[in-house]
Unconditional design. Structure first.
Lengths: 379, 291, 322
């Protein structure tokens, strides 16, 4: 009898377990970000944002009555690991959607698998090649480097300048930014008089800038991430070069201003509205979203960065799509992500379509200038 | 053109003196222990990061620099005691892996202590560039150059004039013989690690205002410092200094006149060429093969 | 009985996917480990047997990968032909550089190979029109073996496992041949080997070329399997990892290299969960193994097993390991 009771107990426990598991079967979001390594300043705020908002959503009862579970792996910027982790997420962890791919390299590396397995994937990387040509399962939320290049070149033309020197690092972000500038420049009637490169861990770029100084350039564009653009900015001042200096959206964070110090004054760059949230007019529909994200992030982790904002956009678009799809059926969620329209995120207003898997237009970027150690919108 | 060339040379010498300082640390440790310490770059990073942290905690710059250097010396001694001493007599490959392991470990410690952000130290004497003929330098670069010269002279005097220096030199030529004449090889080893950790830390503190620092900052500097030490002939401190300057100038000229994208390839091609024609570096002592 | 260890290993490799069907750790981590084994076994011929260190071996790994990637995407070569071209290219380059590089000793050799690896990496990053630059090359077609398209993780597991076993078998035979004996003599004392009439330069060159060809072989398979290559996979860190595998497992033992490659692959997968502590633990483990088991994991662990089992069937163990 005792034995029978025991068996009964075990069986009912098992059944209860199954029942429970079914009722609260969590929605699994898989994520692979570059939290360590050279691009960690991108991936770190992305992960923190995902964790913070998923905790928040769960506290409010989850999505469609189900909790969200985040499964994350750090790629360390190694594309080989990115590929293996994505396989692990799909095959071993059985996740429902993927949000991640901090760098273009990581994203491009996993696309063949994502397409083959058929799982919705929202990339947090910049390059335009991620969504052009359109890939069925792949979406992205950050602005493209092509938009950044267009914004910069447009401003240079507005100033009536036509000869530009380009200086870029040796990373993926830098190189694809360079490609975009080279491709778009003729459309703006701009000629490139210098095209220099540096290593992202170099400590001095005065040699390249000395060449630029005598190239007859009227403006300088620097595409880069991390500390190198700050060194470039300082070196420009050191050499007494007074040409307008444009940086990319890659340095739109307080760290850049802190590192470059006084040399950063007057530097212009395209940036997501997040960095100038307070300065937006109250009529701007993005303003409340931006301030809410900024305050929440800063209360917990310190200075906000636009990169974390991309994770917010990716997560919220995914959650909304799952709600509309009424479940985690992969094909349905994919279709709903594609139908995202009028979603107000930190990067801008998203209107996706079968032809556009990003859904942002040029207005999403603000051209800002560094003024008295802070950002100022100049248009 | 001559004006450009002058700026390239100035840049090359400033960058080169940095490589020289790191290379000097490699040479010191190699001299005492026949070990190439691949964690030398991490000493540089630790010095810089500790100084920045102390300065942010309210220490005056000068005091922060001294305390950071002493802390790094402590780390160097710990490394010697717990990773190098137990592995005495290990093969070249084993010691390379041990010191690479140490480098990864120290990076891991720095990551936990300071996170992944970049930090800067304020320049010692302002940011106003100084005109030198047609070229410009930052005052901080002059600090790097000046301190490098002083340190090189001190190291030279230490080896030539002082008893511990001569003893250290003796260890490098023949450890058994050194022991036989009453030199405490163990103490000498510790001295070498402490010294080169201190040198590394000083280098880190000097360059932090120019290059910024993060937990990974030591990787590239360690690599360049090692190259400097090899080009100059490993174990020859003055050779390492010459190698560093040569490498820095070469990088600047390569970037200036050939291609900035390929400047690292040019620099390492030069290193390869040197080794093909001078298999023990430019100023290395030719040693006979041990049978 | 000479190849008993090999047959046991082959049986385990073949049985794993049957025992654990569709298991991520077997099929995906397993293929990754398989490629590492090919690389480590090849490098072990150079480091372990010939006693010559290389801190730039990722260059040959990358050469094979990029040869396959570029030839099959930009020139529409059949994948098998691209693979062979990669092997030949790696062999030729290794042969040209072998003599001047292997003339160097100790840390000078470490420097030269390091420089070689860095130059190769700079080219992968900078020669954008060919290599796709830092963002890499995508859309590499799957491997086509005489009409059979290798597709899916399980098929890849099979192909890479077969390739790995082939390399291990070749290495075991090579080590036991005249060349292998010459290699060991060079490792012991180059001077003495020369006295015995061994052409030491030629022997070292052979080891260098073979290990480069093995690395390129792994690279080509890697490119087709991932359908994507970028310079990140062939940087200095990878070169150091390869040396670590060889040393970790135990020098001058083919199974030591196998053991090291598998151990490091699993370690990297396992440490992922420690996030910020990953580096700290990785560094500490490397130091600890090298300090306390200077002969490597394979020898260290088998000795420990020996001591354990010595009270019982002492001889049975030893025979199966030889």
């Amino acid at each position: 009898m005792r034995r029978l009771l025991k068996v009964f107990g075990v069986v009912s426990l098992l059944l209860a377990g199954i029942g429970l598991a079914h009722a609260a079967d969590p929605i699994k979001i898989g994520s692979f970000l570059t939290v360590t390594g050279p691009a960690s300043f991108l991936g770190d705020p992305e992960l923190k944002t995902l964790q913070m908002y998923i905790e928040d959503l769960n506290a409010k009862g989850g999505v469609n009555g189900r909790k969200i579970e985040l499964i994350h792996y750090d790629t360390g910027g190694n594309t080989k690991d990115a590929v293996n982790f994505v396989k692990r997420l799909i095959k071993s962890d059985n996740v429902d959607v993927l949000i991640g791919g901090t760098t273009t390299g990581d994203t491009m590396a996993v696309i063949p698998n994502v397409e083959k397995e058929g799982i919705p994937f929202i990339s947090l990387a910049g390059a335009v090649e991620i969504i052009e040509p359109v890939k069925k399962w792949v979406f992205k939320v950050p602005h493209t480097d092509r938009m950044a290049a267009a914004k910069i070149l447009g401003d240079i033309r507005k100033r009536g300048l036509s000869k530009v020197a380009l200086i870029t690092g040796d990373g993926g972000f830098d190189k694809s930014g360079r490609t975009q500038v080279l491709e778009l420049a003729p459309n703006y009637g701009i000629t490139l008089v210098a095209d220099e490169s540096y290593g992202n861990k170099d400590t001095d770029m005065t040699t390249q800038l000395t060449k630029i100084r005598s190239s007859g350039a009227e403006a300088i564009i620097n595409f880069g991430l991390g500390q190198a653009p700050a060194i470039v900015t300082k070196n420009v001042k050191q050499l007494g070069i007074t040409l307008p200096l444009y940086q990319s959206h890659g340095v739109a964070s307080q760290t850049f201003i802190d590192l470059a110090g006084a040399a950063a004054e007057g530097v212009r760059l395209p940036a997501a509205a997040l960095v100038v949230a307070e300065q937006l007019p109250n009529t701007d529909p993005q303003k409340p979203v931006l301030l809410a994200y900024k305050n929440k992030y800063e209360a917990k982790y310190g200075p906000v960065s636009t990169f974390g904002g991309h994770a917010y956009d990716g997560l919220m678009i995914t959650v909304a799509a799952i709600q509309r799809a009424g479940g985690t059926d992969k094909a349905k969620v994919r279709d709903e992500i594609e139908k995202t329209s009028g979603f107000i995120g930190t990067a801008g207003v998203f209107n996706m379509s079968p032809e556009d898997h990003m859904g942002l237009n040029l207005d999403a970027f603000k051209l800002v200038e560094i003024h008295n150690g802070t950002w100022k919108i100049i248009e | 053109m001559p004006e450009q060339l002058f700026q390239f040379l100035v840049t090359g010498i400033t960058v080169g003196s940095l490589y020289a300082l790191v290379g000097l640390g490699f040479a010191l440790i190699y001299n005492a222990s026949d070990v190439v310490n691949f964690a030398q770059g991490e000493f540089v990073m630790l010095g810089a990061m500790a100084a920045i942290a102390l300065q942010n905690a309210g220490f005056p710059l000068f005091l922060a620099a001294i305390v950071a250097t002493l802390l790094t010396v402590g780390v160097g001694l710990l490394l010697e005691r717990f990773a190098i001493e137990p592995a005495v007599g290990a093969s070249v490959v084993s010691t390379i892996i041990i010191t690479i392991g140490a480098a990864i470990f120290l990076r891991g410690v720095a990551l936990l202590l300071w996170g992944k952000d970049f930090y800067a130290l304020p320049p010692f004497s302002g940011d106003t560039p100084i005109q030198l003929g047609g070229a410009t330098v930052l005052p901080q670069s002059l600090w790097v150059l000046g301190v490098t010269v002083v340190l090189v002279l001190l190291v030279r005097a230490f080896f030539n004039r002082t008893l511990p220096g001569k003893a250290l030199l003796a260890c490098s030529y023949n450890r058994v013989a050194a022991q036989a004449v009453g030199i405490n090889v163990k103490v000498m080893l510790r001295l070498a690690y402490g010294l080169s950790a201190g040198l590394g830390a000083l280098a880190g503190i000097l360059i932090a205002p120019i290059t910024f620092s993060s937990y990974e900052a030591g990787v590239m500097l360690g690599l360049k410092g090692f190259s400097a030490a090899i080009v100059g002939g490993i174990g020859n401190p003055m050779g390492a200094v010459a190698g560093g300057l040569l490498l820095g100038v070469l990088e600047a000229l390569g970037a200036g006149f050939i291609s900035s994208g390929y400047k690292d390839a040019i620099a390492f091609l030069f290193v390869l060429m040197v080794l093909f024609f001078e298999p023990t570096g430019l100023f290395g002592h030719k040693s006979a093969e041990r049978v | 009985m000479r190849l008993a260890g090999f047959y046991i290993f082959a049986a385990v490799v073949a049985l794993l996917p049957v025992l654990f069907p569709d298991n991520y750790f077997v099929v995906v981590v397993g293929t990754s480990a398989g490629l590492h084994v090919i690389l480590a076994v090849g490098l072990n011929l150079l480091i372990g047997y010939a006693g010559q260190i290389s801190l730039g071996h990722a260059a040959f790994f990358g050469l094979g990968a990029y040869a396959s990637a570029i030839l099959s995407t930009r020139f529409d070569w059949p994948s098998l032909l691209a693979l062979v071209a990669g092997l030949i290219a790696a062999g030729l380059i290794a042969w040209v550089f072998a003599r001047p590089i292997l003339r160097l000793r100790g840390h000078y050799l470490a420097m030269a190979t390091l420089g070689f690896g860095i130059i190769a990496h700079v080219i992968m990053v900078q020669a954008t029109q060919w290599t796709g630059g830092p963002d890499g090359l995508a859309g590499i077609p799957p491997l086509n073996l005489l009409g059979w398209q290798v597709d899916g993780d399980l098929q890849w597991y099979g192909v890479i496992a077969a390739a790995m076993l082939l390399v291990v078998w070749l290495s075991l035979n090579l080590v036991d041949s005249q060349v292998g004996r010459a290699l060991r003599a060079v490792h012991g004392s180059e001077f003495a080997a020369r006295m015995m009439g061994i052409d030491t330069a030629r022997t070292k060159t052979q080891a260098f070329v073979v290990s480069a060809v093995f690395a390129a072989f792994a690279g080509s398979l890697f490119a087709h399997q991932q359908a994507f290559v970028s310079p990140d996979s062939f940087n200095l860190t990878v070169s150091v990892e390869l040396v670590t595998m060889v040393v970790l497992g135990g020098l001058a033992s083919t199974f030591g290299a196998v053991c090291g490659a598998i151990a490091l692959t699993l370690l990297q997968q396992g440490l992922v969960v420690f996030e910020d502590y990953e580096m700290l633990i990785h560094g500490a483990l490397l130091m600890a193994v090298m300090i306390f088991m200077p002969q490597g994991l394979f020898v260290g662990l088998t000795q420990a097993a020996h001591r354990l089992g010595s009270t019982l069937a002492r001889s049975k163990f030893r025979r199966s390991l030889d």
